[in-house]
Write a protein that binds this ligand. Sequence first.
Ligand code: ADP
Ligand code: MG
Length: 714
Amino acid sequence: METTKPAISSTLDAAVQFVKGIGPRRAEMLAAHGIRSVRDLVEYLPFRYEDRTRFRPIRSLKDGEWVLVRGEVCGVGDFSSRRRDFSILELLVRDADGTIRVKFFNQPYLRRLYHVGVKLIAYGQVKRDQYAKGALVLVNPECEILEEDESDASLHSGRIVPIYRRLGDLRTRTLRRIIHSLVSSLPAEIPDAVPAALCRQLRLMSRSSALRQIHFPETRGSSRELDLLNQGISPAHKRLIFEELFQLQVGIGMVRRNRVRVEKDRRFQLGENVRTAIKRILPFHPTEAQKRVLRDIAEDICSPHPMSRLLQGDVGSGKTIVAAQAAVIAVENGSQVAIMAPTEILAEQHYFYFRRLLAPVGYRIDLLKGSLPAKGKRQVQQRIAEGETRIAIGTHALVQEDVAFRNLSLVIIDEQHRFGVVQRSILREKGNHPDMLVMTATPIPRSLALTLYGDLDVSVIDELPPGRTPVETVWYQDRERRRVYDAIRQTVRAGHQVYVVYPLVEESEKSDLRAATEMAALMQNEVFPEMRVGLLHGRMKSAEKEETMASFAAGAIQVLISTTVIEVGVDVANATLMVIEHAERFGLAQLHQLRGRVGRSSARSKCILVADVGNNPEARRRIGIMCETNDGFQIAEVDLELRGPGEMIGTRQSGIPAFKYANIVRDRKALEVARVEAERFLEKLRARPDEDARRIALHIREQWKNHFGLAMTG
Ligand code: ADP
Ligand code: MG
């Protein structure tokens, strides 16, 4: 065995302080930027590359172009206004046969750098200077001053050159020098987190060569190569992207394997009492998809290992009843259930919904929310602790903070992308390894699902309950309000009911609340005096809310004006019109959820988006796709495209580290390959591990431990 081979980490792990050009003071500054080791510095990537084999002749520049020029300062003007904080430094720069102005605003420290005779390279956008008769100018370009006698001129010119964001007093030129010396002294073979055979198979360059080339690309200098570099998808980038995704997927696979090792200390059964109770709560015949999914879940709950299952299904596909059935299995076997929602409002919704659904079996259900008075909260906590509460509903605080359950065995998470791999792992380790059911309220693209939910088994409800009709969706401007009112009137005259929703993201946004309240009064008094209009918002007392919802459900209220509290759970099949005010302010997932409140009967339903998109192209796109389709997956793809993966899987939400190289939307193909290969790798690790595989596994485990404090044995 090659036991002498260094660990993957050792080569690059030296402290940055000992790098030439960096002393203790700079090391401190770098640490503040999260750069501590040589590895961190080597992984500090150029944010841009310049092709310094060709510069644009200044004479040829045109308004609006982004250009790279090289020249010499032949004039300097310093215009500082009396207002202390305003200054302009103006240079006249010339090359062989042309001149251009270069202006720096409010960077007075630049004065001492530029004087006549200084040679520089500037990158920026050409504009017309309105203060100089429309002469061409570069405003605040990125500049690099060329030094007189340079031993390393070849590093900064005559090639594709990396441009770094400055770190403290380390500007791009200095960083280029330091990083160059680091990457050129890397050994040809540095230990790799991707198995060698896989590298060969996928034709990935070696790790050390990738690290070198990502900073100092060896190219033939084609503009295509420059483009790939600037987009972060050059061959060197791709190799590091794959490595990153592979490590992630192996880690997730380890999490998944880890949990199968655990044995639960309970044996649940699907006895006669359970079957009877499940049937008693069913208000309708479940669809085939619901039955299949419930079978998956029941099997998990009754198995010796903790369940970790994702229940995925589009809005309105009927996930809730399945969750309720799962809860019944747990409660009938004598244990408690926790149901978690991402916000208090949603938790409250679930509370009402589950109370209604589970009324036939009469379990004690409690809502634990932060806004309860201290005494009320204590009482609920006590009931939970004593086991009197069979189903506790709340936000994540329910299991994250110290709410002691007597015998919690099932945790149901209404996910909405806010609870990640890591948080779930921690939760899984809690108490007596509860079974976990994660419900996604919104379908998410497959690439994301694999990453966000890769640790889970998946069940999909791919069939809508019978009698659903696609909701016709239209977009009206605010000035077309009359048409909105007409639609409301028509709907009510036909004997159906209407939702009017106002944006209110959190309980504290008072002005929106006022809008909804005023609107309700206006509608009742001026527009529809003959109709019964109700109001629902997050600040009402629970009992009041419940009453309002009950009278809407009973048909007593015909038009329900509401803030987004109705986003989930509200379920009135006779409601066939959804009006969403300020629709431009809602995200796609939310719009899709809201629209899902109608279209629940065979009557034709409609959704009116009242939106002023101004010149916000994103809002326009959101409204557009809503009008185009009812398909949640299609909507989710657009959502991802518009918001980008960062929004959808921020580190905090997902428990996944921010990516250095990868972009899981752009790199979805690589992600898929990484996932398949990670599975293969883990299989090999189990069946016939070699030295390389063991070393890589150890490395990945260490990483997860350092990042998240997750100990993995897998
Ligand atoms: P979601 O998956 O979005 O959480 P819900 O669980 O709220 O969907 O269910 C949407 C609606 O469909 C509810 O009104 C529910 O009562 C109804 N529903 C669910 N399953 C069925 C079914 N098998 N037959 C008839 N209606 C159903
Ligand atoms: Mg739901």
